[in-house]
Design a protein around this ligand. Structure first.
Ligand SMILES: NC(=O)c1ccc[n+]([C@@H]2O[C@H](COP(=O)([O-])OP(=O)(O)OC[C@H]3O[C@@H](n4cnc5c(N)ncnc54)[C@H](OP(=O)(O)O)[C@@H]3O)[C@@H](O)[C@H]2O)c1
Length: 319
């Protein structure tokens, strides 16, 4: 087997996005250190089954709130992909402890450990929710990487996940400025695509519910969708391209819920789709032009939907 081209660390390696990042790195011939919170747990079995994992993947016990655990995983790595962050499916009782602390303190711990280990570049997975919640952005103007969500607005509207991602990403760039660490961030929109892990993550649940719940009514809002495999590719580009800098919005398809459901129904008529729609909700116009200039491209939405549904069927989530 060819020698790995470099050693990198992925935090949150067992999650939805993290698993695809690990898979993509292994197939691109990297040696990977992955952090997981409970090594040995069956929920990480898919990682050890990935191609090249037996030679090139090493899992470490790592909690982002435990600085020392991160240092062991990051030591000897040239690059780090910081993916780990809580992503709730519903409201949480204590957002400060459950969301904001792990996101913000966790990110700073990862960055400190990277500085200590002389890591060359850190790619932080942020989110479009750190871009789009800005009521002061001029109406009708496309949001690009210069737009930041307004933290006070996020808090006032109880958007705690959005606050956690906005604060984590802005603190990451402040840390980079202070320390000279090379930090690049990626801000994906709603991520769909096949599951590698056995549990159901929050964004996949959005699609699964549209297929299974048979809602009487749902909001016909605009969805910005990107495939998990294209996110993994974007993260690798952000790591490998020397000219990559700052933030990158990562989005592929804009579609209203009704149109999405019609598309799904035409391919898979057997599921329990929403019965009616309510109008409303503001459209966020955003652009991934900067990422595309870096060489990123994305697959068609139909491919994402078909591969997602096939993977849900295989996992026994859908009939
Ligand atoms: N999916 C999307 O639509 C989407 C869109 C934009 C951005 N993102 C970002 O992508 C990243 C991954 O999300 P995902 O969709 O893959 O969700 P996920 O499957 O729930 O993954 C979250 C990961 O974070 C880890 N984690 C949470 N708290 C941690 C802690 N205290 N210490 C260490 N690890 C911790 C989890 O580890 P365990 O496996 O141990 O629980 C898990 O691996 C997040 O940063 C999220 O904000 C996701």
């Amino acid at each position: 087997m060819a020698q790995p081209i470099g050693k990198v660390c992925v935090t949150g390696a067992g999650g939805y996005v993290g698993s695809w990042v690990v898979k993509h790195l292994l197939s691109n011939n990297y040696a990977v250190h992955g952090t997981v919170r409970q090594p040995g747990d069956a929920k990480y079995a898919h990682l050890t089954q990935l191609e090249k994992a037996s030679d090139n993947l090493k899992l470490f016990k790592g909690d982002v709130l435990d600085y020392d655990s991160l240092c062991s995983a990051i030591a000897g790595c040239t690059g780090v992909f910081h993916v780990a962050s809580p992503v709730p499916s519903s409201t949480v009782p204590n957002p400060q402890v459950e969301l904001i602390e792990p996101a913000v303190k966790g990110t700073l711990n990862v960055l400190k450990a990277c500085l200590e280990a002389n890591v060359k570049r850190v790619v932080v997975v942020s989110s479009v929710v750190a871009v789009s919640l800005n009521p002061r952005w001029p109406e009708g103007q496309i949001k690009d990487e210069s737009c930041w969500s307004d933290k006070e607005y996020c808090a006032a509207t109880n958007n705690w996940y959005c606050l956690s991602k906005t604060e984590a990403e802005s603190e990451a760039f402040e840390f980079a400025k202070r320390s000279g660490l090379d930090v690049v961030s990626l801000c994906p929109t709603l991520v769909f695509g096949p599951l590698l892990q056995s549990s159901i993550n929050a964004s996949s649940l959005v699609l699964i519910k549209l297929l299974k719940e048979g809602y009487d009514s749902v909001e016909n809002k605009v969805r910005q969708i990107v495939d998990v495999r294209d996110v993994a590719q974007a993260l690798l580009l952000a790591y490998e391209k020397p000219e990559a800098e700052g933030r990158y919005i990562c989005t592929a398809h804009k579609i209203k819920t009704r149109e999405l459901v019609d598309k799904l129904r035409s391919m898979f008529p057997q599921y329990k789709y929403p019965k009616s729609y309510t109008e409303g909700g503001k459209e966020h116009m955003i652009s991934s032009e900067k990422l595309q200039k870096l060489g990123w491209s994305y697959r068609p939405l139909e491919e994402t939907l078909v591969d997602s549904i096939e993977s849900y069927k295989e996992a026994g989530i859908l009939d």
